[in-house]
Ligand binder design. Structure first.
Ligand SMILES: [Fe+2]
Ligand SMILES: [Fe+2]
Length: 196
């Protein structure tokens, strides 16, 4: 998750608005709005880093996968992931900001888990695919949570055009998750249990 230094942010927001803090006053409300926007932008930077990072991780997962079906799913999701990063760049632009990435520790950890699966399973086995599907689904669930929240935040600040872009990405992440579930259910899990 992205970290927000609330103390510094408060100071910046107050300075930039030339406002003094007083509870319940209209100026305090403006401050709150700036802080909210700052949090929103910070979270965008976090997921932008994640989408960029995934562009490096997905080809490794594709190469490591055993079945053609799973390889294809990772390859297709790489195309979609690039689109997600471009969409985020558009969103930064709509907010009058330059696209900026901020390291997402969660995504870094999730992709490391994927690498561990590759290290700990044998090449050419279905067991490896089962592990990779799990790793892939953990990534998708993180993205689903993030985009769902971001779309909601965008609506709260009245940026419905941005919310609809975030919702498009959200739908594509859900689709990727369902594809992985479909592959897992398509006997891979059962067949993998027969591997010695
Ligand atoms: Fe994505
Ligand atoms: Fe994704």
């Amino acid at each position: 998750m992205a970290k927000t230094k609330s103390t510094n942010n408060t100071t910046t927001a107050q300075k930039s608005n030339g406002l003094k803090k007083s509870n319940g006053s209209p100026s305090n409300e403006t401050s709150e709005k700036s802080l909210f926007l700052e949090l929103f932008v910070d979270e965008l930077k976090d997921i932008y880093w994640a989408e960029k990072h995934l562009q490096k991780a997905l080809p490794k997962m594709e190469k490591a996968a055993t079945t053609a079906e799973l390889k294809k799913a990772f390859a297709q999701h790489l195309v979609v992931t690039k689109k997600h990063a471009t969409r985020l760049e558009d969103i930064f632009g709509m907010l009058g900001k330059k696209a900026q990435a901020k390291k997402c520790e969660a995504m870094d950890g999730l992709t490391k888990e994927g690498e561990e699966i590759i290290e700990n399973t044998e090449k050419g086995t279905l067991t490896r695919d089962v592990g990779l599907i799990m790793a892939g689904q953990k990534v998708e669930h993180y993205e689903i949570a993030t985009y769902g929240s971001l779309a909601q935040l965008a609506k709260t600040i009245g940026k419905n055009d941005i919310a609809s872009l975030l919702e498009q990405t959200l739908a594509e992440e859900k689709e990727a998750d369902e594809t992985l579930t479909g592959i897992a259910e398509n006997n891979i899990n059962l067949e993998a249990t027969k591997e010695s």
